[in-house]
Design a protein around this ligand. Structure first.
Ligand SMILES: [Zn+2]
Length: 665
């Protein structure tokens, strides 16, 4: 009997995938309610969320007839509340059965293996971070952010979990940054302290971008940079040596890394495409790449973002010609939404603006700072008088202006979004304007981007996006580029990275079917997997490094865990209910009538009776308990939260976040 009970209890428990320490999120003396989260933490006796309809929730399942699935939180319409990104469970991987744990005949106490550990960037686009470890030497490659998805309200960024590295930070010999895109460098400032302020090895432009961003973290010490360039070789610790190799991407100064280790050579491609006509740049040295292949590369970690795309990645020259057509046809203002690191795309727009007699305005803080850096380094070339400040926009006819702004992702506060929402101080979209989105939509952001697009069509603008014109035309290797790198390098093992699962598998398939790689030599991993290598074999460690999302909301790092996200969902779906009461600590009585503030829950004016009841109950709760020996502010607030929460649920079938504020006088 006992056994049975335990089992059914387990069925009902959804263990959060990630156990985050909980911190109160609200200010004042209030603490947010957590009990609505329908987690195992819920104190007994709390109401269950209604299952499909309120009427049905009264009908409990017969005993012994347990529902098979764990109850999922529901919103007020009875639909399942959207699952938080951090809670999503990945279905188990079938690809590498039998590859987990030390293989037979291997004695790990004697074995020295090379370890490759992806902490971010696998099965996703963003927050790239890869660890190369041999004995006491660790090299970290990239420290990027991921842009939040639609189900992460109020989150600015997601960064990798670096617990594995924090426990070994004395072994970190260096952090290598492949290029200046935020999904590769955006987390540097957030993580440098946790990683023990490692020396950073990167190219000049990347260094300047990261340095510029780091200025916002004035409380942190300076970053220790070592500028490296194509061909440089650097020894990291006793066992690892890295060589840097110039690749083409849609940002200058892109570096692949080739690391020699006691167990052979490891190569990380960075983001790349093969481009015979790059922008303000020289093509990658294919002869040298082939030399690496001839000498033997054992492990190739190759990007897979565009592995599902046929053909060759477009040359920057072709993209330029496509954009030329847009500029030629435009007879209103041209507004281009882009990332602040899309230096090549911005240079092309500058060049075309000059060709068609347009002035250029850069808008958005990050674009403006990055443009200054790129100008200094000669990656952005502007004729004198081309760039004008925003204040002068009205001094020229609309068809003589190009605005390059942030906001290709539909971010709420971006310059492009403000223009569309009519919140921008100087600019409006008018009929006849042309709007160019010069980057592809990052999956998860489709809805925001659709909103942005609709807003533009509503205003009568012509909209060009990457699918129509191939103006983003990734900086990423398509099938032909991937075939080419596999031919040049001919690796023994292949680890696809920088892609969703389907992309990684597609790259693996290509290597197996077309290039004759043995399928068991293609490693489709997940973030957190520790991959061991010896000369001829590889396996996953039984242990995994933590690799959950660490969310940043502009206030602090990692203090936005699932608890906070859940709070935000409750706020978004059922609103909040604040009760402010004055407690006379001498008499234990409530002074005056408690104040009630509610947002997004009910319309107060139409619910006067219920509010009277709430006030009466609050008073009764406080006055019956305030003189108890265990009574303190926290205890009283808990009582109010639980009892009023229950009462409101009974009255409305909704669960607002109840925030009691007790002021002792
Ligand atoms: Zn990139």
């Amino acid at each position: 009997m006992e056994e049975n009970n335990k089992e059914s209890e387990q069925l009902f428990t959804i263990e959060p995938l990630v156990q985050k320490e909980e911190k109160p999120t609200a200010t004042l003396t209030a603490t947010p309610t957590r009990r609505f989260s329908s987690r195992s933490r819920r104190p007994s006796g709390q109401p269950q969320r209604p299952q499909t309809q309120p009427a049905e929730s009264a009908r409990r399942p017969e005993s012994g007839q347990q529902p098979r699935r764990s109850p999922r939180p529901r919103n007020r319409y009875g639909a399942p509340r959207s699952r938080l990104a951090g809670e999503r469970r990945l279905p188990p991987t079938q690809i590498h059965q039998g590859r987990i744990g030390t293989p037979e005949g291997v004695d790990m106490s004697k074995e020295d293996t090379l370890k490759i550990i992806p902490l971010g960037g696998l099965g996703e686009i963003g927050k790239n971070m890869y660890v190369v470890e041999y004995r006491d030497d660790i090299i970290v490659i990239d420290a990027g952010v991921m842009f939040p998805q639609d189900n992460m309200p109020g989150i600015d960024f997601v960064i990798p979990n670096t617990k594995y590295l924090e426990e070994r930070k004395q072994n970190i010999r260096g952090l290598i940054l492949t290029h200046g895109h935020f999904d590769h460098v955006g987390a540097v400032s957030y993580l440098q302290d946790k990683l023990g302020h490692p020396d950073i090895y990167t190219a000049e432009l990347t260094k300047r971008f990261v340095e510029k961003r780091h200025v916002e973290f004035s409380h942190l010490p300076k970053l220790n940079f070592h500028v490296v360039k194509h061909g440089d070789k650097i020894k990291f610790g006793d066992y690892l040596e890295a060589e840097f190799f110039h690749m083409n991407h849609n940002i200058p100064d892109d570096l692949a890394v080739i690391i020699t280790t006691p167990w052979g050579t490891f190569m990380h491609t960075a983001d790349f495409k093969f481009d015979p006509n790059p922008m303000n740049d020289r093509p990658a040295d294919l002869r040298r790449l082939k030399e690496f292949g001839d000498r033997g590369v054992d492990i190739l970690m190759c990007e897979s973002t565009d592995a599902e795309e046929e053909g060759h990645s477009l040359s920057e020259q072709t993209i330029f010609e496509n954009m030329d057509k847009i500029f030629k046809d435009a007879n209103g203002m041209i507004l281009a939404g882009t990332f602040s690191t899309m230096i090549n795309r911005m240079q092309q727009m500058v060049q075309l603006s000059e060709k068609y007699g347009r002035k250029v305005i850069f808008d958005g803080y990050s674009i403006k700072t990055n443009i200054e850096i790129a100008k200094e380094m000669g990656y952005i070339k502007l004729a004198k008088g081309t760039q004008i400040p925003m204040e002068q926009v009205d001094n020229y006819p609309r068809n003589r202006i190009t605005v390059i702004a942030t906001g290709a992702l539909g971010q709420e506060s971006s310059s492009l979004m403000r223009i569309i929402n009519q919140d921008h101080r100087h600019l409006r979209v008018l009929k006849g304007d042309s709007v160019i989105f010069s980057s592809s939509v990052i999956p998860g952001n489709e809805r925001s981007v659709q909103y942005l697009k609709d807003g533009l069509y509503r205003a009568g603008a012509r909209v060009y996006h990457y699918q129509m014109m191939d103006i983003h035309a990734g900086g990423h290797a398509k099938k032909d580029d991937l075939r080419q790198i596999l031919d040049l390098i001919r690796p023994k093992f292949l680890i696809p990275h920088h892609g969703h699962y389907s992309m990684m598998v597609t790259l693996g398939d290509l290597a197996v079917k077309e290039k004759g790689m043995p399928p068991e030599n293609v490693i489709i991993a997940d973030n957190g997997k520790i991959i061991h290598f010896t000369k001829d074999r590889w396996w996953f460690d039984k242990i995994q490094a933590p690799a959950n999302y660490i969310m940043i909301d502009g206030l602090g790092i990692g203090d936005v865990g699932n608890v906070v996200m859940r709070d935000r969902q409750v706020l978004a779906e059922d609103g909040m209910f604040v009760i402010v009461a004055l407690l006379d600590t001498r008499t234990g009585k409530v002074k005056g009538s408690p104040d009630i503030i509610s947002r997004g829950f009910i319309y107060l004016k139409e619910n006067k009776d219920m509010l009277m009841q709430v006030r009466r109950r609050v008073r009764a709760i406080i006055e019956s308990k305030s003189m108890l020996p265990e009574a303190n502010a926290a205890y009283l607030k808990d009582e109010i939260r639980n009892q009023i929460g229950l009462y409101l649920f009974q009255q409305t079938e909704r669960r607002p976040m109840v925030l009691p504020v007790l002021i002792e006088v």
